[in-house]
Design a protein around this ligand. Structure first.
Ligand SMILES: NC(=O)c1ccc[n+]([C@@H]2O[C@H](COP(=O)([O-])OP(=O)(O)OC[C@H]3O[C@@H](n4cnc5c(N)ncnc54)[C@H](OP(=O)(O)O)[C@@H]3O)[C@@H](O)[C@H]2O)c1
Length: 272
């Protein structure tokens, strides 16, 4: 289903690019109905050339858009909201993807009754395989949540959660790609340790990860069951798994998610 009206981006960086690519590819809007505002001429030229969308420098150019996506770095969000407060009203659906910026921060800086949704996406959105959690603000309607869900489903998968869970989401799927890349790097070095070339190890590891994720998703089987299927009694895999557990692998990952969540809470308090 197509989105009603125009969609505007405040900030035309990497995440905006991923979103523009996703919504156009999914056919949610036509190119002529997308506007991206960015101070950088090169960025504007790139977006215009790549996606045939409109671009500009002035924020107020977005006043005619039905949906406004705030896609600037968190540190300039305060200034940006101040600049937009005069024309951003409850007729716009405002979607913020700025990490760690609470809904209350945005709501308190915009006009009363503004419809806002906060979203925490992650970097695989850049290849349209992101994982995003959406939290509606006080005045956002069920229809707004549905619209935002359509947009973020165009760049991967999305779920709706109360904002209180967003620090946990940040620690889990926000930071998650880094944990996965750390694991991939370690697995490749394991291959190198047992004598494989780095190139061969990388190919085998990346395909192993991709295939395992696909197997879990396509069968819908629990990872513990899939693990048991590879782990024959007295075999090689159980010997490897035993070493991982001696090194505190599972507890280490759980603690990492917990630590990242706490850090997100701390950073949110500094902003909010
Ligand atoms: N990347 C991710 O995976 C990820 C994941 C979750 C959340 N996020 C959030 O997504 C947001 C965008 O991240 P990103 O990676 O896309 O950052 P980015 O590539 O730096 O994009 C931000 C863009 O906004 C532009 N900009 C700066 N000031 C502006 C203004 N006043 N008005 C309009 N545009 C302005 C920047 O231009 P200049 O470079 O010229 O300043 C830049 O092109 C951030 O808040 C981040 O926390 C990102």
């Amino acid at each position: 289903m197509k989105l009603d009206g125009k969609i505007g981006f405040l900030g035309g960086g990497r995440m905006a690019e991923a979103l523009i690519k996703g919504i156009l590819q999914a056919g949610l809007v036509e190119n002529s109905k997308v506007v991206a505002i960015d101070p950088d001429q090169k960025r504007r030229d790139f977006l215009q050339k790549t996606f045939s969308v409109s671009t500009g420098k002035s924020h107020a150019q977005l006043s005619e858009c039905a949906i406004i996506i705030l896609a600037v770095k968190p540190q300039i969000m305060g200034r940006l909201l101040e600049e937009c407060a005069s024309w951003l009203t409850s007729k716009h659906l405002v979607i913020s993807i700025a990490a760690g910026i609470p809904l209350s921060f945005i709501e308190s800086r915009l006009q009363h009754g503004c419809r806002i949704i906060r979203v925490m996406p992650n970097t695989p959105a850049l290849v349209l395989e992101g994982a995003s959690a959406l939290s509606p603000g006080k005045s956002a309607t069920a229809e707004d949540v549905e619209t935002a869900g359509q947009i973020f489903s165009a760049i991967g998968k999305s779920i709706v959660l109360p904002e209180t869970y967003l620090d946990g989401v940040t620690g889990l799927s926000g930071s998650g790609p880094a944990y996965v890349f750390h694991f991939i790097d370690a697995l490749i070095e394991g291959g190198v340790k047992v004598g494989l070339s780095r190139q061969d190890a990388e190919l085998l590891v990346l395909q192993t990860i991709l295939g395992s994720v696909k197997l879990a998703m396509e069968t819908g089987m629990h990872p513990a069951v899939l693990k048991a299927m590879v782990t024959s009694p007295g075999g090689t895999t159980i010997a490897g798994l035993h070493e991982l557990e001696k090194a505190g692998f599972k507890a280490g990952i759980m603690t990492a998610v917990e630590a990242a969540t706490k850090r997100s809470e701390e950073l949110g308090k500094l902003v909010g």
